[in-house]
Design a protein around this ligand. Structure first.
Ligand code: SF4
Length: 160
């Protein structure tokens, strides 16, 4: 029987796709195990949307789906494209849950920055996170790995 898959922000697996050219690699046992089991689907919505690495930092304008970068350009279209492409891949791969990088304007769940580039946080989610959730995919941040693991096992996915 085919197993379901887990979408994951590529930067969490050490891919250098962050706006500054770096990554957010997390070296934890559960991610190593899922990687070895072949259930992870890593992607970067901003790269899928056509943005370069490196790129200026971006933030969602509070209360909207519009995204601007630090030099004042409107990058909403690239963010929307990246979100749709992420969803397309998720469906193709049979993804049932996602682990996304906290506070990113694409991947952030529940808390992101407010669009003023002043490190001000607001209760909202990134563009890709919202689209995945609206499509029925359960999202966890990398700060909720225990919850993610419990959900995965509740879905009947025992370790190989
Ligand atoms: Fe990581 Fe998501 Fe930002 Fe890409 S868009 S660098 S995957 S947090």
């Amino acid at each position: 029987m085919s197993r379901r898959k887990i979408l994951i922000s590529a930067c969490l697996l050490g891919e250098n796709v962050k706006y500054d050219g770096g990554n957010n690699a997390l070296h934890v046992t559960i991610l190593e195990r899922w990687k070895d089991e072949g259930v992870l689907v890593p992607l970067c919505p901003e790269v899928l949307g056509g943005l370069s690495v490196p790129r200026p930092a971006c933030e969602v304008l509070q209360g909207t789906n519009r995204v601007v970068n630090r030099i004042g350009e409107d990058v909403s279209e690239a963010f929307s494209k990246g979100a749709k492409e992420s969803l397309r891949i998720a469906k193709l791969e049979g993804v049932c849950m996602a682990i996304l990088k906290a506070r990113s304007p694409s991947c952030g769940k529940d808390i992101i920055y407010d669009g003023t580039f002043t490190s001000t946080r607001v209760n909202d989610s990134g563009i890709t996170c919202k689209l995945l959730q609206e499509s029925g995919i359960v999202v966890f941040s990398e700060e909720e790995l225990c919850l993610a693991e419990a959900f995965w096992h509740a879905k009947g996915n025992d370790p190989l």
